[in-house]
Design a protein around this ligand. Structure first.
Ligand SMILES: Nc1ncnc2c1ncn2[C@@H]1O[C@H](COP(=O)(O)OP(=O)(O)OP(=O)(O)O)[C@@H](O)[C@H]1O
Ligand SMILES: [Mg+2]
Length: 279
């Protein structure tokens, strides 16, 4: 479990805290979505989960290991993988293969074992054809897959994804979301920062941040429905949610927690099926 108790953090030279008295527990295997407006502190928060930043006040522990103890950092960084918003930040190797092998090399795993694992991971992510390429020559989507490979090879218990679908084409986006859902099914805890609410269909739990605080924490569909009703969403809601809400206000009886066009199609079909001609 990741446990955050009364965490506050302020960047040097800034007059206001980027994280303000946050308390939170993330259980192993949970899929948590994290949303909030630009600059509210999402990236700052996940950097605390693998000791890239340390609390000014409060305590963060990962499976019992306190992030403020330097001797814990190696294990904490293995336990909590991080897919950065900007994948360039995580590139370290001269080739894709070297880049993916960097983490296990650091842990002094035997080279033949590393080679086998690198090949296995590249195959599972469809990266073999890029093995000898220089990482900086890859496209944004390819770089993101390489950084995911570098994280997966470490066998993490949790992975924090910082806007993993930004700039991806619809097909790559679908593949990344499917991969995240698969990792979740395999028992890895997922922390997923996104601005796109339709991305979070697989999340167990939604955290909403604003100005360095967690302002909501609960079941995603419940929180989002309430936002549509109250018209106070801090992020843009999918137009399909607005449409469902609009129709319900006009007397339709649609399920209120529709997030995707597919769900909406099924729901409208259900409602109309009594009046549709038989095929
Ligand atoms: N290195 C830094 N030095 C000073 N201030 C910073 C630094 N990084 C972030 N901040 C500030 O801290 C606040 C939180 O930033 P953060 O990057 O965590 O926001 P975010 O929620 O991830 O936003 P976005 O959705 O735009 O990625 C912002 O006001 C930002 O300007
Ligand atoms: Mg961010």
């Amino acid at each position: 479990m990741i446990k955050i108790q009364n965490l506050s953090y302020q960047y040097e030279g800034s007059g206001i805290p980027a994280l303000n008295d946050i308390s939170l527990e993330i259980r192993a295997g949970e899929y948590v979505a994290l949303i909030g407006p630009n600059g509210c502190g999402k990236t700052t928060l996940i950097r605390q989960l693998n000791a890239l930043s340390l609390p000014d006040r409060g305590v963060v522990t990962v499976d019992g290991l306190d992030t403020s103890v330097p001797a814990n950092h190696k294990e904490i960084r293995r336990l909590v993988g991080m897919i950065f918003q900007n994948p360039d930040n995580s590139i370290v190797g001269m080739t894709v293969k070297e880049d993916i092998a960097f983490g296990p090399g650091n842990l002094q795993r035997p080279p033949p074992e590393i080679r086998r694992q690198v090949n296995e991971i590249m195959e599972s992510l469809g990266l073999q054809s890029l093995a000898s390429r220089a990482p900086h020559t890859l496209s944004g989507g390819e770089k993101r897959l390489v950084s995911l490979a570098g994280v997966l090879i470490m066998n993490p218990r949790y992975i924090a994804f910082d806007e993993p679908t930004a700039y991806l084409d619809p097909e790559s986006r679908r593949r990344v979301l499917q991969m995240m859902a698969r990792l979740h099914r395999e028992g890895i805890g997922i922390i997923h920062i996104t601005h796109d609410v339709s991305d979070m269909a697989d999340a167990d739990r939604l955290l909403v941040m604003d100005k360095g605080r967690i302002i909501q924490d609960g079941p995603p569909r419940e929180i989002l429905c309430k936002m549509v009703e109250d018209q106070d969403a801090p992020v843009t809601l999918p137009p399909i949610m607005e449409l469902m809400h609009f129709l319900n206000r006009r007397g339709w009886r649609l399920a209120p927690d529709i997030l995707s066009v597919d769900d909406a199609g099924r729901e409208i079909h259900r409602l109309l099926s009594g009046s549709l001609p038989k095929e």
